[in-house]
Design a protein around this ligand. Structure first.
Ligand code: HEM
Length: 228
């Protein structure tokens, strides 16, 4: 029963909430639809956290999606040991980078009172949930060997069953607790997304790849400085 609630019902509730609240916020309070830069309050830790975070998490999520969308092709790619090792080692390195980066982003928000002051309870929840997501992902990658292969026979069919509106929770039911936590927390993140700064992910933030972070420039001239 608990599996049905977590893996058969909760994903739909999370997606419905994300779409409904996200649309409402977009239409009613569009100005808030951003990550709300705090770069002018502190920028060094933001740079070292945010840039590796965005690159690494995008590649990891792309791998999750490709394996889900093209399981046969992904399986063929991993069919040779060398390619499997290379992919797993790359995944582990990227996973560790995301873990370090998200911890840095948390420390930055907690350590600087000015940044902490502009951080809502939901923003903290999202950061904690992101940290849990990458920590469990890295734990799975390091301890439950060849996740990229068994993902194809467990997570991918489960996700497809959700898409087909015919949830087959048995694909996840027999997996270790940490995998279940990783899967359910992914949908918790989706549910939290419209309430937080995370909404910026659907603003097609491709500029982030070329530009490290939003640069805020003071508009007021400081005393004693001449205009150039
Ligand atoms: C918000 C969505 C998600 C995020 C941010 C995320 C993040 C991550 C990260 C950072 C890793 C570690 C990568 C590595 O070190 O190789 C990982 C691995 C993994 N994730 Fe996710 N994940 C998400 C959703 C999911 C979902 C829905 C599933 C389905 C159950 C899943 C299954 C896995 C598996 C099986 C691995 C291990 C891969 C391996 O051993 O190579 N993830 N994830």
């Amino acid at each position: 029963m608990i599996d049905l609630i977590l893996f058969g019902i909760f994903p739909y509730v999370a997606i419905a909430l994300a779409v409904a609240v996200g649309l409402y916020r977009y239409l009613v309070d569009r100005y808030s639809w951003s990550s709300q830069s705090s770069q002018f309050l502190e920028s060094r830790a933001l740079f070292w956290g945010s840039v590796p975070w965005h690159y690494a998490i995008l590649v990891i999520l792309l791998a999750h999606f490709l394996a889900f969308l093209f399981p046969a092709g992904w399986g063929a790619l991993l069919g040779r040991p060398l390619r499997l090792y290379l992919l797993e080692v790359t995944g582990m390195a990227l996973g560790l980078s995301t873990l370090i980066a998200v911890l840095l982003l948390i420390v930055r928000r907690a350590a600087n009172p000015r940044v902490a002051r502009v951080t809502s309870v939901v923003d903290w929840l999202v950061l904690a949930s992101l940290a849990l997501q990458v920590a469990t992902g890295v734990y799975i990658a390091f301890t439950l060997r060849w996740g990229s292969v068994w993902y194809l026979h467990t997570a991918a069919p489960w996700l497809w069953s959700l898409v087909k509106l015919d949830p087959q929770v048995q694909y996840l039911a027999a997996l270790p607790l940490v995998v279940k936590l990783h899967a359910v927390n992914a949908f918790a993140l989706i549910a939290l997304f419209p309430f937080s700064r995370l909404v910026h992910v659907v603003s097609v933030p491709l500029g982030y790849l070329a530009r490290p972070y939003q640069v805020v420039v003071w508009n007021l001239r400081r005393p004693g400085t001449e205009p150039k």
